[in-house]
Design a protein around this ligand. Structure first.
Ligand SMILES: [Zn+2]
Length: 592
């Protein structure tokens, strides 16, 4: 690890002068890892004057002294996974503050906020099928569920829940229900009514006691024959972010106007029917009340990918030991049981809870400002992760990039006019909780501003994986996007194409929306997707290996430049006036 990082740095140092004239090479979408070479320094900035000189120095420092992969190594390999409230998360946050302080940053501290739930860690996990075959099963634990008390052996029982009808007009002709047919990823069924679910649970009540309960039919995941597009084409990125292209006819239909990603995980219930979440909570309560030994959920994804979230009550007494099993194992066990053959499962799970996790922490450190030090430019990402891998692309790398940008500026010895503040959030995965607590405590909102509200010049956020930065989106008037686009203009050789403005105050997706929601200038970077949505986001495969060093080093260069320019401009980033401020969206019910 370290030896490779140092070897790359030494090589880059030796070839820096040559590298100025070399063309950049994109790593292939797949295949063997390309020779990693110093990014960013590849071309000299074409602009003259102070801005151009600082950009050149930023590029050169990153080419020679990069620590971003070392930071990633610590946050993932050494401290991951970093579930909110867990000792791992706190240790990672402490390490990050110590590291930033070591680079010369000031005011490093952990800022507490009330998570309200204990921390949780899975320490051991071993689930096997012991009859009619003997084999290890690929599983992950669901967070905030209990462990088994030692090793338990249990007969498998598969619950085939009522699913309700297909929505009109897609309803297929009624066929005799085959409980063992795989549930295809077809049109979503409307879900059962409470009466239908109650009737089914009454029917299987005696079968779940002491059983390893497989919840639901196995999901049939079709083979994907469509190759994934890992990067935006230059045309797509230009059409989305280059201010000169915004109204170009050739951009019609090329991804313009797409904002953010994701949404809530819930779904709106059809009239009188239960949502997936409501059913899930009722099944948990039913399995606890009737003494099930183990709950097994189908991961429902290809290639052994497992996503395991949490017991939404955060209370281990309100669930039985629960695992998500890879789709291939769930399918195999389901098919064997469909033959009429009994299946026996053995499980040994050790989960720990930590009461002190009720208080969680955002990690903060600053580069002191000078004549405008009361005004602040912020950058951050969420340091917390899910627990089934080491949370590399979601989102150790976003944190590592922001830390690296600050490291570069300290290394150059610049004295910014405004204070630059790095914030590494926790509680993002549970609903943007850490950043929302911070915004509330420091800034308030446009409707109820605190004194610091007027002093925030912008908050930069990274949270979509390893891909290089292609553009930015800022909450504010069009002039704010123009300022950002101007700052980003010298980085077209790194394939960054500009910035757009958004007026949405809806929360969702990631921590920049906590700022948008308050009416503050949150700035989200759009990155090439690479393997994010297809492989790494929230999965058991989100590890150090999935990060592309050249991309994230380029990203650190871009962020460092934006931070420096925003900190030194005469004027703050243009904002909505009180009169122009978009209204906040209506309060959502339900939670995240
Ligand atoms: Zn994330």
């Amino acid at each position: 690890m370290h030896s490779r990082t140092f070897a790359v740095a030494a090589l880059v140092a030796l070839t820096t002068s040559l590298a100025f004239t070399q063309e950049r090479l994109d790593p292939p979408a797949s295949g063997p890892e390309p020779l990693r070479r110093g990014p960013a320094v590849a071309r000299q900035d074409s602009r003259t004057g102070e801005d151009g000189r600082i950009n050149d120095r930023i590029r050169q420092d990153e080419a020679i002294r990069s620590q971003v992969m070392r930071t990633l190594h610590y946050l993932t390999d050494v401290y991951g996974p970093r579930l909110t409230g867990s000792p791992n998360h706190k240790a990672a946050a402490e390490w990050a503050v110590k590291q930033m302080t070591g680079w010369g940053m000031v005011n490093g501290h952990l800022e507490p906020w009330d998570f309200g739930h204990p921390g949780w860690v899975n320490e051991r996990l071993s689930v096997h099928v012991t009859s009619p075959i003997k084999d290890a099963l690929a599983v992950e634990a669901v967070a905030w569920t209990p462990g088994t008390n030692g090793t338990v052996t249990a007969k498998a029982f598969q619950m085939v829940l009522p699913e309700g009808p297909l929505p009109e007009p897609a309803r297929a002709p009624e066929a005799a229900p085959n409980p063992n047919a795989p549930a295809a990823r077809g049109p979503q069924r409307l879900g059962p009514t409470q009466a239908e679910l109650d009737a089914y649970l009454a029917l299987v009540k005696d079968k779940v006691r002491g059983a390893a309960v497989m919840v639901g039919r196995s999901v049939s995941v079709p083979v994907n024959l469509t190759p994934l597009a890992g990067r935006l084409t230059d045309e797509q990125a230009r059409c989305r972010f280059d201010p000169n292209m915004v109204n170009a006819p050739e951009c019609e239909g090329l991804g313009r106007g797409r904002g953010g990603f994701g949404g809530g995980r819930g779904q709106q219930p059809a009239d009188g029917r239960l949502t997936t979440r409501q059913i899930d909570q009722q099944i948990d309560a039913f399995l606890v009340a009737n003494g099930a030994a183990l709950r097994i959920n189908d991961a429902g994804r290809a290639h052994g990918q497992i996503i395991a979230f949490n017991n939404r009550t955060y209370d281990v007494a309100k669930a039985v030991p629960t695992v998500v099993i890879r789709n291939e194992d769930y399918g195999r066990l389901s098919r064997i049981m469909a033959d009429g053959t009994a299946v026996e499962i053995e499980a040994s799970i050790v989960n720990m809870t930590y009461p002190e996790g009720q208080t969680s922490y955002n990690a903060i450190a600053e580069i002191a400002g000078s004549d405008l030090k009361d005004e602040v430019v912020m950058a951050g990402g969420h340091l917390d992760s899910w627990h089934t891998a080491t949370g590399a692309t979601d989102n150790a790398i976003g944190c590592a990039i922001m830390m690296e940008a600050a490291r570069i500026l300290k290394s150059l010895g610049v004295n910014p006019r405004r204070t630059i503040r790095i914030a590494l959030w926790s509680g993002e995965e549970e609903g943007l909780l850490g950043s929302q607590a911070y915004v509330k405590a420091h800034f308030g909102s446009a409707e109820a501003p605190k004194p610091e509200f007027a002093k925030l010049n912008g908050y930069l956020n990274i949270d979509t994986g390893t891909g290089r930065i292609r553009g930015a989106s800022v909450f504010g008037p069009p002039e704010a996007a123009r300022v950002l686009a101007e700052i980003l203009a010298p980085f077209k050789d790194l394939k960054v194409y500009g910035a757009t403005a958004t007026t949405s105050r809806a929360t969702g997706g990631t921590d920049s929306t906590s700022f948008h929601s308050a009416g503050l200038p949150g700035i989200g970077f759009t990155q090439d997707t690479i393997e994010y949505n297809s492989h790494t986001h929230h999965t058991n495969l989100d590890t150090y290996e999935r990060v592309i060093e050249t991309d994230v080093r380029d990203a650190a260069v871009v962020v460092a430049a934006v931070l420096f320019q925003l900190a030194n401009r005469d004027a703050m980033l243009p904002r909505f006036s009180t009169a122009d401020m978009p209204a906040p969206p209506p309060q959502r019910g339900g939670g995240f």
